[in-house]
Design a protein around this ligand. Structure first.
Ligand SMILES: [Zn+2]
Length: 380
């Protein structure tokens, strides 16, 4: 039997809420974590149509990309559309959960799903999030205390690399010391040079655990004075972050790429628009699911031939496709504007795939194809 808490724990492991933007409101809007979940509806938006869909299929959870209550709320009275939805979900035993900017940046996230839908490979984040900061601790331990020190450091959080733990490196050697007046040596006599078989032990640790790891080292190490080195590893980019840039398997014109986007993305009244020379060759493609106009400069700096996103505005688009149009320079990066909903809809399949792999037949999954893009008509 699957509980709502189980589903949330899995979602949080793939889309950690701590990676959401500070202004965002992700997680559970309504619902009881002890509820049994047998059916889930996945949708981009929590709107009356998708709530109705959730009621109709008898699901206990509506999982959406966009939060329902993103801005300050002082009432969920039924008078208001959102309040009415909250009431309807609570009265029909439906929980609502959102993974928003935390789903944007993740591996298996919104932009990565969009990039894969377009057939892009060799993906990298457009604005990479920094990898967690690491320190490297090297400590010299008498050989017969090595196991105890490793155990204490591990317990305090050292030695973890990705999906591996208890990562250590040791090398044997000989340490020397001469205890001076006032010393209380673990081994050896005052004024006499002592030689000890020691191990040089190295382990990485999260910088956030530095104090705990050093305290554990001091507690487990037998020496009065401990010889150790602590170095900060340089900041490295992680594989997560906003947007993605990758390659098409072959170069094509902007006109053909626009048609390709139409064929890959779910259909909307908005369709797909392009700005730039229709004959411009494109192969390196940057994408950002949702509104990505603030990443135009990053996409250009990353060498993109075209940047596909949504909600592009007149002035920024005009500047982007004209400002660098020099006779001898490269053609300005083209821009492609798809419906906001269409750029995020591919992630629902990815999230449903993760849930199916995790929970198998314990849960039925319905990916909503209700087009919640607000643009309903496009007349030429
Ligand atoms: Zn969005």
């Amino acid at each position: 039997m699957l509980s709502l808490a189980d589903v949330i724990a899995a979602m949080d492991s793939w889309f950690p809420p701590g990676t959401a933007e500070p202004w965002d409101a992700v997680g559970l809007t309504c619902g009881d974590r002890s509820t049994t979940v047998e059916r889930i509806v996945l949708a981009v938006d929590c709107v009356p149509a998708t709530v109705s869909e959730t009621v109709e299929v008898g699901a206990q959870l509506l999982l959406t990309h966009h939060p329902l209550l993103l801005t300050g709320v002082h009432s969920v009275a039924v008078d208001d559309v959102k309040g009415a939805m909250v009431h309807r979900m609570i009265s029909t035993g439906i929980a609502h959960f959102a993974a928003h900017t935390n789903a944007d940046v993740a591996r298996c996230g919104v932009s990565e799903s969009l990039a894969r839908t377009l057939g892009l490979t060799d993906l990298l984040p457009l604005a990479a999030a920094p990898a967690p900061a690491l320190d490297q601790l090297t400590v010299f331990v008498p050989a017969d205390h090595l196991g105890a020190v490793i155990e204490a450091l591990t317990e305090a959080g050292a030695g973890k690399l990705g999906n591996y733990d208890q990562c250590t490196f040791t090398v044997e050697g000989t340490g020397t010391y001469r205890p001076g007046p006032g010393a209380e040596p673990f081994d050896g006599e005052l004024g006499v040079l002592t030689r000890k078989a020691e191990q040089r032990l190295s382990m990485v640790l999260p910088r956030a655990r530095r104090a705990q790891v050093l305290a554990a080292m001091r507690a487990a190490h037998p020496y009065e004075e401990i010889a150790f080195e602590l170095t900060e590893q340089p900041a490295l980019a992680s594989g997560t972050g906003t947007g993605r840039i990758g390659l098409l398997d072959r170069a094509m014109s902007l006109a053909d790429f626009t048609a390709h986007a139409v064929s890959c993305l779910p259909r909307t009244a908005w369709g797909v628009r392009a700005a730039g020379d229709p004959d411009r060759t494109v192969r390196r493609v940057a994408v950002c699911g949702g509104a990505g106009d603030s990443y135009i400069d990053l996409a250009r700096a990353a060498g993109a031939d075209v940047f596909l996103t949504s909600d592009l505005k007149h002035h920024r688009t005009l500047e982007a496709v004209t400002e660098r149009a020099q006779p001898t320079g490269p053609a300005p990066m083209a821009l492609v504007d798809a419906a906001h909903w269409a750029t995020e809809r591919p992630w629902l399949d990815t999230a449903a795939g993760l849930l199916a792999a995790e929970f198998g037949s314990a849960v039925d999954l319905t990916v909503s194809d209700t087009v919640t893009d607000p643009w309903s008509l496009h007349v030429h």
